[in-house]
Write a protein that binds this ligand. Structure first.
Ligand SMILES: Cc1cc2nc3c(=O)[nH]c(=O)nc-3n(C[C@H](O)[C@H](O)[C@H](O)COP(=O)(O)O)c2cc1C
Length: 338
């Protein structure tokens, strides 16, 4: 139990702490070992329109400093997600980030319509336009900016709930950020895995997939730093965090929150260790809150924020706000978002 206020704000949303379980690395099977309430929010694995079997095994390779996965969006499809998987997430009072993936732009929109119709709780949608392990959809949408623009614009029309877009690490960051800004998403997640190659030791076969884990941390930190200078959109960092240092590096570069994935496999205690260490660190530094530590009183950001008076939406109590629009209109008017 934290004694310091670890709350972070992403757009108009408040999360109780900055750590988010990353998509595809966490789910109901892990809840006993890693309880959802350790996190500020938890992402589901990718949800597609129809069930997807994913790639044939082998699909996971341990490499030095990380993992290469070629899962290929395996999941039971949106209908089973709504019936069976979401209820297991929603039992907890931890905000749920639904990772939405399609093989065409229209599929993303159809999934969003179904989720909007069936799930009245306040959830966050994370549009996964960056999966490197599928032939169609995923990262391909980011390679054609008009398609991305159309997808995000239409998605914004379908929902007033928070929309995050999870970007690929490869691609023209500045253009991807511009499109994200124009289409009024609430945050960008930087980034998904890096396309990489490995050779199966047993068979000599070559496999490509997405590289994650500590091996990518410094690459993604660099992207977050670039993005921070290019956009006022809130950034959620994602890549290679395994300890408090990694979390703080992202936050100091301006990320509002940080997702953690591969390190959950290496040591399920990682999230509780990070949160405890963060709490201890702030206590020892005589800080009342993480916000004050990152934005010392009198600093530019601290003053701007104070004067803005942004309405507070407490995601940890999502049921209270179930089914309500949560401020896209307000955000549309609030261009600076910082
Ligand atoms: C086994 C595995 C499955 C993943 N599945 C998804 C997914 O369904 N959707 C998605 O957006 N990202 C997925 N990812 C990427 C992670 O969410 C995250 O972006 C990436 O692993 C980088 O963070 P990390 O270095 O902390 O693991 C997956 C990663 C792994 C290792």
């Amino acid at each position: 139990m934290s004694t310091v206020n670890l709350e972070v704000r992403i757009g108009n949303l408040f999360l109780k702490n900055p750590l988010i379980a990353a998509a595809g690395t966490y789910g109901p099977d892990s809840f006993e070992l890693i309880p959802p309430n350790l996190f500020g929010a938890v992402c589901t694995k990718a949800v597609t329109l129809n069930p997807v079997q994913g790639n044939k095994p082998p699909r996971l390779f341990e490499v030095k400093g990380g993992l290469i996965n070629r899962i290929g969006l395996q999941n039971q499809g949106v209908h089973q997600f709504v019936e069976e998987i979401y209820p297991r997430f929603s039992q907890y009072h931890t905000p749920v980030v639904i990772n939405v993936a399609g093989f065409t732009a229209n599929e993303y929109l159809k999934i969003l319509e179904i989720l909007e119709d069936k799930i009245k709780d306040l959830v966050i949608y994370e549009l996964n336009v960056s999966c490197p392990n599928v032939e169609k959809g995923g990262m391909a949408i980011c390679q054609h900016l008009p398609s991305l623009r159309r997808l995000l614009t239409k998605a914004r029309e379908i929902t007033n709930k928070p929309l995050w877009v999870k970007l690929p690490p490869q691609g023209e960051l500045i253009k991807l950020l511009k499109v994200s800004e124009e289409t009024l998403v609430e945050a960008v997640v930087i980034a998904n895995t890096y396309r990489a190659l490995t050779i199966d030791k047993a068979t000599g076969e070559i496999y490509t997939g997405g590289l994650s884990g500590p091996a990518i941390k410094h690459l993604t930190l660099n992207l977050v730093n670039q993005a921070r200078q290019l956009t006022p959109l809130p950034i959620v960092g994602c890549g290679g965090v395994s300890d408090l240092e990694g979390l703080m590096q992202y936050l100091k570069l301006g990320a509002r929150a940080v997702q953690i994935g591969t390190s959950l496999f290496n040591n399920p205690e990682t999230p509780s260790i990070i949160i405890n260490e963060l709490d201890n660190f702030l206590n020892i530094s005589n800080q009342n809150s993480l916000w004050d530590y990152l934005n010392p009183p009198g600093s530019y950001k601290s003053i701007i924020n104070k004067n803005k008076g942004v309405g507070k939406l407490q995601m940890g109590t999502q049921k209270i706000y179930s089914g309500k629009c949560i401020g896209a209109q307000k955000i549309k008017k609030d261009k600076s978002k910082n």
